[in-house]
Design a protein around this ligand. Structure first.
Ligand SMILES: *[C@@H]1O[C@H](CO)[C@@H](O)[C@H](O)[C@H]1NC(C)=O
Ligand SMILES: *[C@@H]1O[C@H](CO)[C@@H](O)[C@H](O)[C@H]1NC(C)=O
Ligand SMILES: *[C@@H]1O[C@H](CO)[C@@H](O)[C@H](O)[C@H]1NC(C)=O
Ligand SMILES: *[C@@H]1O[C@H](CO)[C@@H](O)[C@H](O)[C@H]1NC(C)=O
Ligand SMILES: *[C@@H]1O[C@H](CO)[C@@H](O)[C@H](O)[C@H]1NC(C)=O
Ligand SMILES: *[C@@H]1O[C@H](CO)[C@@H](O)[C@H](O)[C@H]1NC(C)=O
Length: 351
């Protein structure tokens, strides 16, 4: 994977990539007349809420439970952890057998979560085609047996194995009134839909913007999320944040639109008004993007040590705090050398 690392750090430090990087100078000078949105760089307070002890730890995705706790998935080990957002206390809540990694996580019913798992080598970045599946972690335990209820953790069961998939990654619940989840396949360059009741699955969305850009890293679509009638997604090596209008079966009914580009996006958090918070993993920052595509840097930055390798962002229920999960900078160490254990950063948004 030397080739890959060289390619990525070349990209991260090239004048071209830096020219695209949203310094406030660049984006303050972009004139968007009649914009209803104000996207000045926000005032923030940045703190570490929790950090794992070991280098090599890698948070892939997170979700906020209704009680305010965070659940996070790990890519370096097949574990789901819970972090108390008040105390920063973290506990292992589930470990999946027979796979190496956990990826996307999404709430599908009250306190019931779907989790993507599969085999992925976090040193060579190679997924094992055919190893991916969608599992259920039920913290509500509505259908649990007495024995299961007595255990502290959630009950786990398989929703569907998806042997035709190549590299399942980010996931989103499609709509509250359907049983579908959408799952990004980073290598195939498609979005799968999986019925969480029947386990039926099929390719739902398939477009060039979801495929990997030419180059050594075959990482196309990374994540997806749903707001209204649109599916939003990020495509990492294409450096694009996009959306497409869909029908009730998640089939495309509109054009595939690029909202913003020129940075390396990972998982998406969206507010109800369509403002996105997107971590830029190898670029070590989090950006905020309005529905018109105006970009502001929220925290971190290319050569900042604040949050090496941010992979996922989630807002608190009151949207005053943005939690960021990191990989410790493993894909592209800060300034080419610095990595640290994965952590959860708490960003208090002050304006
Ligand atoms: C988080 O920890 C605090 C302090 O230990 C505790 O009072 C609170 O109940 C915990 N929160 C949740 C959601 O478990
Ligand atoms: C952290 O949470 C675990 C499990 O809920 C509990 O046993 C432990 O005492 C907590 N630690 C702290 C420092 O609050
Ligand atoms: C894990 O693999 C073992 C051996 O192949 C198998 O017996 C077991 O059923 C598997 N467990 C799960 C949860 O897939
Ligand atoms: C519990 O079982 C019912 C009936 O099989 C099913 O409709 C429901 O989705 C299940 N709930 C959970 C949380 O798995
Ligand atoms: C995606 O679309 C392309 C072009 O239409 C097609 O060749 C390919 O088979 C499709 N892939 C999947 C997995 O549906
Ligand atoms: C993690 O790796 C860095 C080098 O990138 C090293 O300086 C640091 O001490 C390591 N931290 C731990 C906890 O091992």
């Amino acid at each position: 994977m030397r080739l890959f690392s060289t390619w990525l750090s070349g990209l991260a430090f090239s004048p071209l990539a830096l020219a695209f990087w949203p310094s406030s100078d660049v984006y303050n000078s972009v004139q968007v007349p009649e914009s209803p949105y104000n996207n000045d760089q926000p005032k923030v307070k940045v703190e570490t809420l929790f950090q794992f002890p070991n280098n090599g730890s890698w948070i892939d995705n997170m979700v906020v439970r209704s009680d305010g706790n965070l659940l996070l998935t790990r890519l370096d080990t097949p574990e789901v952890w819970q972090v108390n957002t008040t105390s920063g206390n973290a506990t292992l809540v589930h470990s999946f057998p027979n796979v190496t990694s956990c990826f996307g996580i999404s709430e599908i019913a009250d306190d019931v979560f779907a989790v993507v798992i599969g085999d992925f080598d976090s040193k060579t970045y190679q997924p094992t085609a055919g190893s991916f599946s969608v599992q259920k972690l039920d913290f509500s335990k509505k259908n649990a047996t007495q024995d299961e209820r007595a255990l502290a953790g959630p009950t786990a069961s398989e929703i569907a194995a998806v042997p035709e998939s190549l590299a399942l990654n980010g996931m989103a619940t499609f709509a509250q009134d359907s049983n579908l989840v959408l799952v990004a396949d980073s290598l195939m360059g498609v979005i799968w839909k999986v019925d969480t009741e029947t386990g039926d699955y099929a390719v739902a969305l398939n477009h060039t913007t979801m495929t990997a850009a030419p180059g050594p890293l075959p990482l196309g679509i990374n994540s997806c999320t749903v707001l209204g009638e649109y599916v939003y997604y990020t495509s990492t090596t294409r450096m694009q944040y996009c959306r497409v209008k869909v029908d009730k079966e998640a089939n495309a009914v509109g054009d595939y639109e690029v909202i913003a580009s020129g940075f390396l996006p990972d998982n998406i958090e969206l507010t109800p008004d369509g403002t996105a918070y997107i971590p830029t993993d190898p670029q070590n920052g989090v950006v905020r993007i309005t529905p018109l595509g105006q970009i502001a840097l929220v925290a971190g930055g290319q050569i900042s040590m604040e949050m090496p390798g941010p992979t996922s962002t989630r807002l608190s229920k009151d949207r005053d705090v943005l939690y960021v999960g990191t990989s410790g900078g493993q894909i592209a160490p800060v300034l080419g050398t610095f990595t640290e254990p994965a952590k959860v950063v708490k960003i208090t948004l002050q304006s």
